[in-house]
Design a protein around this ligand. Structure first.
Ligand SMILES: Nc1ncnc2c1ncn2[C@@H]1O[C@H](COP(=O)(O)OP(=O)(O)OP(=O)(O)O)[C@@H](O)[C@H]1O
Length: 501
């Protein structure tokens, strides 16, 4: 008998049908993937299962009983747990305190630290309940979320893109845990755009396109290419070759050091590099090792001491973001909702936020709305952003579609230097290939590009040179072709930086 059965689930938002007559089954112990392009309706579906979204039509059963959670508390009580892409942890509190917060008072109890220890040992997820969350790595924080779920002894565990924040070694540990859970009969509903991982982990996959179920398959019997093609419904574009024509120096960082204002942030330590016209420099590393701080120093959100950042011979360390943009340095930060884009503003207004200067979107103190709308529409067209229109709010876009918008908005401004942080995070295979192709063609046109990413395959594919941030230090960039993925994985854990010193 199936554990979860979904029949005819439908959910519409203004202008979009996010889920249309969706039906599928998940058996106990099955690792079931949800596959689909950005905006295909995966998140809406799992949010419905977790009680965060109320469907317009359709029904669900759990172990044969009608199941219609009105809130996550109902889902949890029925044995459904979910690990989100974004963690909801308080840094200044301990692991045990954080876990207790999400529980009913009667469940928490005094023996909670002991239970955390035992569950984490049982499932191979080492975790000290007394440590402050602020001192944990991103991978360890995810463990807190997973252990929090496991303490509820779920029958169904939902995971939304769990591996995007992990090193290859941490992915292996996570998969071992998930396989153990599945062997014990726990069903896992798994969303990811990483098709090779789905092939190795998942027993079955349901494929969504435009909110509808368009097929199901056994991933191990498919190739990553055939899975991607089933998602998009057509043949995949050929990957692009990277450019090698590298010109003179355009951006120089010299001894860039910057204490973090956040007690749990990372201090940048003596970061130096020379970036040349036409090259893509990939910066790998586990999240929380200085990526956001480096992005803030480069974008101008944080000023740095004189001499630390020089653009085409000009000292720019004290300039703010708009003045740096005017000089040709554009950036797209990692956090798309709230940092790269204002959630409540329309796409047109968001296009204005960073396009104002370089696209000349104002005159005499007045916004040129027609030109601004035209710019937003150009981004939507060129980057295939799926939205009913540019007058829709940024928050109404699916994660991947908003990501395409925030990267496209910078690429179309023809920057001389572009710094992007996690440019294809949560973006489906076809759209990720399109974003990478756009970055490569920008570099081929003479721009210098810095790509900060945790996706090693991506960095290997598009970078001319590669370095790694660990503990706020940047390793010496090396030609991308000279490094193996295992070596970079170890560097991400901090080992190369030490080796390089
Ligand atoms: N709160 C909302 N308001 C309006 N539209 C929404 C809302 N949430 C989702 N949508 C729309 O529903 C559709 C499905 O979105 P959903 O987030 O479920 O897709 P997804 O498959 O999870 O995409 P991604 O891989 O990009 O995360 C999209 O077109 C999206 O714009």
């Amino acid at each position: 008998m199936s554990l979860l059965s979904i029949r005819g689930l439908t959910k519409a938002y203004p202008g979009v049908i996010a889920n249309s007559d969706v039906s599928f089954e998940v058996a106990p112990g099955e690792v079931h993937a949800l596959l689909g392009e950005n905006g295909a309706g995966k998140s809406t579906l799992v949010k419905t299962i977790f009680g965060l979204v109320r469907p317009d039509a359709g029904e669900m059963t759990l172990s044969g009983r009608p199941y219609a959670p009105a809130r996550p508390g109902d889902a949890r009580a029925a044995g459904v747990a979910m690990v989100f892409q974004h963690f909801s942890l308080f840094e200044a509190m301990s692991v045990a305190e954080n876990i207790a917060l999400g529980m009913e008072a009667r469940q928490a109890g005094r023996d909670l630290p002991a239970r955390i220890r035992s569950v984490s040992a049982q499932y191979g997820l080492p975790l000290d309940p007394d440590r402050l969350v602020g001192d944990l790595s991103v991978g360890e924080r995810q463990r807190v979320e997973i252990v929090r779920c496991l303490l509820q002894e779920p029958r169904l565990l939902i995971m939304d893109e769990p591996t995007s924040v992990l090193t290859p070694q941490e992915v292996e540990v996570l998969f071992a845990t998930l396989r153990k859970l599945s062997a014990e009969g726990v069903a896992i509903l798994y969303i990811s755009h990483k098709l090779e991982e789905i092939r190795s982990l998942c027993d079955r996959a349901t494929i969504l396109r435009g909110g509808r179920v368009v097929g199901s398959c056994v991933p191990a019997e498919e190739t990553a290419k055939s899975l991607a093609e089933a998602m998009i419904g057509s043949a995949l574009a050929q990957p692009v070759a990277k450019s090698h024509a590298v010109g003179g120096a355009v951006l120089q960082l010299a001894g860039l050091s910057l204490p973090s204002p956040d007690p749990f942030g990372t201090t940048l330590r003596d970061v130096s590099l020379t970036l040349c016209k036409g090259e893509i420099l990939g910066i790998g590393g586990v999240a929380g090792n200085g990526q956001e701080e480096l992005q803030a120093a480069l974008s101008g959100e944080r000023a740095v001491a004189p001499g630390m950042i020089v653009l085409r011979g000009q000292e720019i360390g004290a300039l703010g973001p708009n003045r740096r943009r005017a000089l040709g340095l554009c950036t797209a930060p990692e956090e798309r909702l709230g940092h790269a884009a204002a959630p409540e503003m329309t796409l047109t207004e968001n296009a204005l936020l960073t396009g104002l200067t370089r696209q000349c979107l104002a005159q005499g103190g007045f916004v040129k709305w027609q030109a601004t709308t035209g710019f937003a529409e150009a981004v939507v067209r060129r980057f295939d952003v799926r939205t009913p229109g540019v007058d829709h709010a940024a928050r109404a876009l699916s994660g991947g579609n908003l990501q395409k918008f925030v990267v496209g908005r910078e690429v179309l401004q023809n920057p001389e230097v572009l710094v992007v942080n996690q440019p294809t995070w949560g973006v489906d295979a076809a759209a990720a290939a399109a974003i990478r192709a756009a970055l490569v063609s920008l570099a081929a046109g003479g721009a210098a590009v810095i790509v900060i990413s945790q996706d090693l395959d991506e960095l290997m594919e598009i970078s001319d040179r590669l370095s790694v941030l660990a503990g706020g230090r940047l390793s010496e960039p090396r030609p991308a072709g000279s490094l193996g993925i295992d070596e970079i994985g170890l560097m991400m854990g901090g080992s190369t930086v030490r080796a390089a010193q």
